[in-house]
Design a protein around this ligand. Structure first.
Ligand code: FES
Length: 165
């Protein structure tokens, strides 16, 4: 058995997430351009890109780890660290920025005790700043998971956060 196959067998047979990722890697490892779909799959399954899984991808797809990290850090969709249960994305696009979305970020940061890019210690929230969310008419805008909140003022923040468990 090759080293690459051995690495794929590191996935615990009783771990359904691992098996889902393993199957996807097997199906894509010989496809040109297969790396990005594989990274998407891993991100979707685990919510981030675990280091050990990237090592397995490198071995089984015969792609240098440095190249994989290069791709992973280029696209903001990918995360190399686990995200919180809820991801807050506050828009810093032009329309939102001029309506002071920074004040919303500051208020969330104050409420949760984190800054942009961080996750609360209980793993509940991750705070991110993002580009235009395509809802400029509602600026300033933020999303929590797939829910959109518009025309925000900073006093809205505590109540909105309290809606998420
Ligand atoms: S700039 Fe914020 S939604 Fe467009």
């Amino acid at each position: 058995m090759s080293n690459a196959e051995n690495r794929l067998n590191d996935f615990d047979p009783n771990d359904s997430k691992g098996q889902e990722v393993k199957k996807f890697i097997q199906e894509h490892k010989n496809i040109k351009g297969g790396l990005i779909p594989v990274l998407h799959k891993i991100q979707d399954v685990y919510g981030y890109l675990p280091k050990e899984t990237l090592n397995t991808v490198s071995d089984s797809m015969n792609i240098p780890l440095t190249e994989i990290y290069g791709v992973a850090s280029f696209y903001s969709y990918f995360s190399l660290t686990p995200k919180g249960k809820h991801v807050i994305r506050v828009c810093l696009g032009t329309a939102c920025y001029v309506k002071n979305s920074q004040a919303i970020i500051d208020e969330i940061g104050r409420e949760l005790g984190i800054t942009v890019g961080q996750t609360t210690s209980d793993g509940k929230f991750t705070l991110e700043a993002t580009r235009c969310l395509g809802a400029c008419g509602l600026s300033p805008v933020m999303m929590i998971d797939d829910k959109v909140f518009g025309r925000l003022v900073k006093d809205d923040v505590p109540k909105i956060l309290s809606e998420f468990n």
